[in-house]
Write a protein that binds this ligand. Sequence first.
Ligand SMILES: [Fe+2]
Ligand SMILES: [Fe+2]
Length: 283
Amino acid sequence: MFKIIHVSDTHIEPVGRFVVGLNPHERLGQVVQAINESHADAALCVITGDLTDRGDEGSYRAFADIVNELKVPCRLLLGNHDNREIFRRVFPDAPFDASGFIQSTADFGDTRLIFLDSLHDNHAGLGQLCNARLEWLERVSQEAAATGRRSVIFIHHPPFSVGVRMFDQMLLENPAPFLNQITASKPLHLAFGHLHLTTSGSWNGIPYSCNRGVAHRIALSLDGDVTEFIEAEPTFDVMLISPNGVLVHHTAPTTATSVIAREYPTEDGKGHQVMLRTDIAGV
Ligand SMILES: [Fe+2]
Ligand SMILES: [Fe+2]
């Protein structure tokens, strides 16, 4: 079994600038610290896009300063808020495919992780997988199958509706070729971001999970037209990948005051609870 950390939607701005009133540097710093303290044994940390809020060089440099503190290796994907050219300038060592897209793979035992670049060339919200990117995916998926490996796919944009109307205009554009491919190749799991919602389920038998992200949460509204941005803790997902499948824990950094009590095991099974916060009444 191996552990993958899934982070998404960090929306970093140049130092000193906030996003919808929230400090993205502080929030990403909290996530990096939590990963280093509790999950330094992870095989990889995957950040599925919207690394920056506006795709400028200052934001990528601020982002790099924070993620360089990670004790686990990191793989970066692009989202609709990113800029491929500037990303490659700031991260010259980031792997890319023969067409220059930020697409790569990583093999761990009998599992191949596949990282896709769904940044659209001409639209601020939609995702895109052009023929070159799809052909690359088909090739690396076939390689995986030929070597007996199961695939886990990471991408910024969901390729299907998750039942939230406001996002139906910002999904992967023309998803049919991609959906046909994964219907045939049957990846073990599909992981994405973009929604700023904690969402999971299955699509035609393919399990998926969405990391809500580090930046603002979006209020769940299935048929609303107005997007509400919510102040909520930054999050990350801990994925445990084993021969049995993929297990996804949605979690968040704990702060000095967020632990309100501890319960210690006792032989009678009742446990012994100790309150840590004196400003909250115990049970
Ligand atoms: Fe985002
Ligand atoms: Fe996005």
